[in-house]
Design a protein around this ligand. Structure first.
Ligand SMILES: CC(=O)SCCNC(=O)CCNC(=O)[C@H](O)C(C)(C)COP(=O)(O)OP(=O)(O)OC[C@H]1O[C@@H](n2cnc3c(N)ncnc32)[C@H](O)[C@@H]1OP(=O)(O)O
Length: 416
């Protein structure tokens, strides 16, 4: 049977269990779809945005999207089409099924008026062809605690604040409000709904085994909760009866540098912990600068993470701010006809004014590169050197660099 006779369509309630099994198959997880898991997904999924392909009654391809808000430079949030659960079974690969599911979803997102689409790419080469660019990168460090130079006698914050261990019920209570305040300060952060918190705190059935972490909050001198860390330990001891535990940080979000510093100091001070794995952070995370010897933090992962596809160029560019005021005319190529055209952008620290224009362009680039520039993590000058951005006017790449680049890097703390 050829792909042409296999229709991409939304799934029905009774097909969801088969669809979830296909997701597990695509992600090489043992297929496991107990009734409570299916029921939880049914209650949470928007079936109008849950697509699949069925062959002879069996689900062979999956694709889902949901409504999300993405924080952009300056703190505004834009409506995003978050893409997830993308799989094509090994029996049906490379026949264009992903391409067709993506086209259907992006057309619907454009129709709805979403400014961008977002996803976390399983592999780098998959999504550029659909206009997505790597917009926020991540770094993970392994910290050798003994080598950090941090005072091993540290007994808590010395700024009047304090650290308290809290349980999961507290995390469910205080987490959403803390995160809501956090995400307006963090370009690249995405919204979390109630279901996210239920999965994260072990209340909802999960596709992956879940174990309870330790949770700690930082309270400022004024008693305000300004940060939350969750971490788990591997319980490893050496043969010479010495503790060699590795703590893996699952989440660390903070509203202030004081909270962020105190929570890192805290995790690095827990007895028995000799190594701390930081989880995915922005490359310019404060962490390494807090260590008297930053070389104690070894980079273990550095990779693209959040990919962005611009769907509405005017709306997306007007939503963010621009640190170095400038005016630039951009020629955007988009083979899928969703966001391309020629636009004049006037960017200031207050925001952007963007409109289609017939003026000659200063720079020309593919919509994929616009996605990579959007949150400030990519350099226009670097893209020009790579031949991925064309300077139509000498010096225009440097102007674009000043406009788009940000002092601090964007960061998306969530996998979705
Ligand atoms: C947001 C997320 O959910 S990320 C998770 C993505 N899923 C996975 O990685 C699970 C395992 N992989 C798969 O299920 C499949 O290989 C998919 C979904 C990545 C691709 O599905 P397919 O239906 O085979 O893709 P499709 O046939 O539409 O490919 C379109 C093009 O992309 C290319 N392509 C697709 N996947 C890959 C890949 N992993 N690496 C390199 N190129 C790829 C194809 O070669 C094809 O190129 P062409 O047009 O030049 O011939």
């Amino acid at each position: 049977m050829t792909a042409m006779s296999l229709d991409v369509r939304t799934v029905t309630e009774s097909e969801l269990s088969d669809w979830l099994r296909a997701v597990d198959t695509g992600f090489l997880r043992p297929p496991r779809v107990p009734d409570d898991y299916v029921a939880d997904k049914l209650a949470h999924f928007d079936l109008a945005r849950t697509r699949g392909v069925f062959d002879d009654g069996r689900c062979v391809a999956t694709f889902r999207s949901f409504a999300q808000e993405l924080t952009v430079v300056g703190g505004a949030a834009v409506p995003a089409d978050a893409v997830t659960n993308v799989t094509v079974s090994p029996t049906h690969r490379r026949r264009g099924l992903l391409g067709r599911m993506m086209a259907a979803d992006l057309a619907a997102a454009k129709e709805r008026g979403d400014a961008v689409a977002t996803l976390i790419a399983a592999e780098y080469p998959i999504y550029g062809r659909y206009g997505f660019g790597p917009a926020a990168w991540v770094t993970e460090w392994a910290i050798e605690v003994a080598r950090t130079g941090l005072d091993p006698r540290w007994a808590g914050p010395d700024d009047g604040g304090r650290i308290d261990l809290v349980d999961l019920a507290d995390v469910r209570k205080l987490g959403p409000d803390l995160h809501q305040r956090f995400r307006t300060r963090q370009p690249g952060a995405v919204s979390r709904d109630d279901h996210w918190w239920r999965v994260d705190t072990g209340q909802a059935a999960s596709a992956l085994p879940w174990t309870e972490p330790f949770n700690a909050v930082y309270r400022s001198a004024a008693g305000e909760i300004e940060g939350l860390v969750t971490y788990a330990s591997d319980g490893h001891w050496g043969d010479a009866k010495q503790p060699l535990n590795t703590a893996s940080v699952r989440k660390l979000i903070a509203l202030t540098p004081a909270a962020e510093s105190a929570l890192w100091r805290f995790v690095c001070s827990v007895d028995w912990i000799t190594t701390v794995r930081t989880g995915h952070r922005a490359a310019d995370d404060l962490l390494t600068g807090l260590l008297p010897d930053p070389r104690a933090a070894r980079i273990v992962t550095q990779a693209d993470f959040l990919w962005v596809r611009i769907l509405d160029t005017v709306r997306a560019l007007e939503a963010r701010t621009y640190a170095v005021p400038a005016t630039l005319t951009l020629e955007i190529h988009d083979k899928d006809g969703l966001a391309g055209g020629r636009f004049r952008l006037e960017g200031t620290a207050e925001g952007g004014v963007c409109a289609p224009t017939t003026e000659s362009p200063d720079i020309a680039l593919d919509v994929r590169e616009l996605g990579a520039l959007y949150l400030g993590d990519e350099s226009a000058v670097r893209l020009a050197a790579l031949g991925l951005l064309t300077e139509e006017r000498p010096g225009a790449a440097a102007v674009a660099e000043g406009l788009f680049r940000t002092a601090r890097r964007p960061w998306c703390p969530d996998v979705f």
